[in-house]
Design a protein around this ligand. Structure first.
Ligand code: SAM
Length: 247
């Protein structure tokens, strides 16, 4: 069985997503490593290299990391800036945020990274208040993606950068078949092993398959008003990084 969320409404979809991440919050980081074979670290590092945050705080550079969960992207960005940038992690899920808050505290980064509960579709921040917006493996969970993209543009300053890392469409023959087999069978099985329940992972795999192609998603970002929209594939398109600017 599956959640069959083709037939569920936006509110129900969000409720299913929230349930998944409440259940896995404590083991989220371990699961990420297991399921991606550590690749998510490589992709996240690549994303932060593309962002290239300034290495001095002269202008008080600020990042908003949406669906930021346990703070993986925010931590990398702040470290890359030589601990000068500030980051706000915004996530709808309190369990993920509290794991992140503990982690930031242990890393001595509480002054630079703050955690704020909020919905990507209605960000609790004023217009033009951030230099960059990142979202990693989060946007496919958001029920109304065009709305989230408009919110991203709203909170960015002029000249601000939008970056989105997400599972995407594999464009390498054979790899796509292997990947399908892996995701449909191995991922729910591993989920069951670690958390005792495979069902949330079936849902995650389905949400990856329903996410628009690289080209289509780039078009959606343009439709939200971003300019110079580009993307690059990682690992044959298993993941893709989309970039846009608020000019
Ligand atoms: N960015 C982190 C990373 O790359 O490790 C976490 C990604 S995790 C797969 C997806 C996150 O999206 C979860 O923490 C979940 O709570 C969050 N999320 C789901 N729907 C959301 C929404 N509408 N607004 C904000 N965050 C949301």
């Amino acid at each position: 069985t599956s959640f069959g969320f083709t037939t569920v409404g936006e509110g129900q979809k969000q409720a299913l997503v929230d349930d998944v991440f409440h259940k896995v919050a404590e083991r989220y980081d371990v699961m990420n490593d297991m399921m991606s074979g550590g690749l998510h670290r490589v992709w996240k590092d690549a994303m932060v290299s593309v962002l290239a945050p300034p290495k001095s705080s002269a202008r008080g550079w600020r990042l908003l990391d949406v669906a930021g969960g346990t703070g993986d992207i925010a931590t990398r960005v702040v470290r890359r800036s030589n601990d000068t940038a500030k980051a706000v992690v915004c996530d709808i899920n309190g369990s993920m945020l509290s794991v992140g808050r503990d982690r930031a505290e242990k890393a001595g980064l509480s002054d630079l990274i703050t955690f704020s509960q909020g919905n990507a579709e209605e960000l609790p921040f004023p217009d033009r208040s951030f230099d960059a917006y990142t979202i990693a493996f989060g946007i496919r969970n958001v029920p109304n993606i065009p709305k989230a993209l408009r919110e991203a543009r709203r909170i960015l300053k002029r000249g601000g950068r939008f970056l989105c890392l997400e599972f995407s469409e594999v464009d390498v023959p054979v790899l796509d078949k292997i990947y399908d087999g892996f995701s449909f069978n191995a991922i729910p099985a591993m989920g069951k092993m670690v958390t005792g329940d495979g069902e949330p992972y079936r849902y995650l795999v389905e949400s990856i398959r329903k996410f628009p192609s690289q080209e289509r998603f780039a078009e959606m970002i343009r439709e939200a008003g971003f300019e110079r929209v580009t993307y690059r594939n990682y690992s044959g398109g298993i993941a893709a990084l989309h970039s846009g600017w608020k000019l």
